[in-house]
Design a protein around this ligand. Structure first.
Ligand code: AMP
Ligand code: ZN
Ligand code: FE
Ligand code: FE
Length: 310
């Protein structure tokens, strides 16, 4: 578990403690967050950290926003390719069941696609309203945080529970963002508030309509909450899903092995990624990676935008 001073300027976080240095070439990490959502490194800092970690290809996948793309492109060091992406907040609802939270990674979408732009604007508003509700509940229970401070931590980016977690760390309620999740912010905790996310089938179709390709993020991350079954993944595959994130820090080895078989059965690309969030999470850049052949197969289906080569 990492506990860091939340007031530390993000670019001064010691990169060496956050990143791994993979020893082989063609190091591809397709799931990375920046301050455009709930990461702690700016888009410019995260592409530099990626190059320093030895990555050759890095996808920027902030929650429900494309706002970090231009800064990441502008700062992209020589030798690094930045794949523009996002992580779309969705729910999957099987017939007669409660909706289950599902994250979809969309790569290489057209950033001007009108339906995508409209849905992202709605999701941003939803995140903000829901964040304020969580803070109200915490304040009513006596926790000394404010919505203004949480918004300062979000700094104009997509508001998420990790920003509430940072306010709780600053107020000395908990020692780390991770502890904030365990004690107060988890989906099963008393302060959880749902947000109105996109239907997952509609999400796959939206990303396809915007010229992108979709990968189901951490489909077996059961530690975070309920996960969907294989029938749901098959249904999303039928709707146009291109891949599933097989290797992820929240998957146990047996789950990754099962997902690899499922990907082969359903004709889906198997990816591996870190889900790096800077000091908001313990995940290291390049902790899991994607095979070059899988990457090529994945991006071959996209036409909405192009990887940016530094
Ligand atoms: P939200 O998007 O507001 O629902 O917050 C969920 C996000 O919080 C996830 O996308 C993760 O990036 C992050 N998260 C989940 N669990 C933890 C944890 N234990 N520590 C830090 N961040 C977490
Ligand atoms: Zn996140
Ligand atoms: Fe996620
Ligand atoms: Fe993520």
């Amino acid at each position: 578990m990492m506990s860091r001073d939340p007031m530390l300027p993000v670019d001064k976080v010691t990169i060496e403690t956050l990143v791994s240095v993979p020893g082989k070439r063609s190091c591809i990490d397709l799931h990375v967050h920046s301050t455009a959502s709930d990461g702690t490194l700016s888009p410019a800092a995260v592409v530099c950290a990626a190059a320093e970690a030895g990555l050759h290809i890095m996808a920027l996948t902030d929650h429900d926003t494309l706002a970090g793309w231009d800064e990441a492109f502008g700062a992209c060091p020589p030798g690094l390719t930045v794949v523009p992406g996002l992580e779309l907040s969705c729910v999957y609802t099987a017939s007669g069941q409660h909706p289950t939270s599902v994250h979809l990674l969309g790569y290489l979408v057209d950033p001007a696609h009108p339906d995508l732009v409209a849905d992202l604007r709605r999701l941003q508003g939803e995140r903000s309203r829901r964040g304020e509700k969580i803070v109200k509940k915490l304040v009513a229970a006596g926790y000394p945080i404010t919505w203004d401070r949480v918004r300062e931590f979000a700094d104009g980016g997509s508001v998420g529970r990790p920003h509430v977690g940072r306010a709780l760390v600053e107020a000395d309620v908990v020692a780390s963002v991770d502890e904030a999740f365990v004690e107060l912010l988890s989906a099963t905790g008393p302060f959880y508030v749902r947000k109105a996310d996109l239907d997952a089938v509609a999400g796959v179709r939206l990303i396809a309509a915007a010229g992108g390709v979709t990968v189901f993020a951490h489909p077996a991350a059961g530690r975070r909450g309920r996960v969907v079954d294989e029938a749901a993944i098959a249904a999303l595959a039928a709707a146009g899903l291109a891949g599933i994130e097989v290797d992820h820090p929240d998957h146990l080895p047996a789950e990754s092995a099962r997902l690899r078989v499922l990907a082969a059965d359903l004709g889906l690309v198997a990816t591996g990624s870190s889900d790096f969030h800077g000091s908001n999470k313990v995940n290291r850049l390049g902790e899991h990676m994607t095979q070059p052949s899988a990457y090529q197969e994945l991006i071959a289906g996209a036409w909405g935008s192009r990887p940016y080569e530094g």
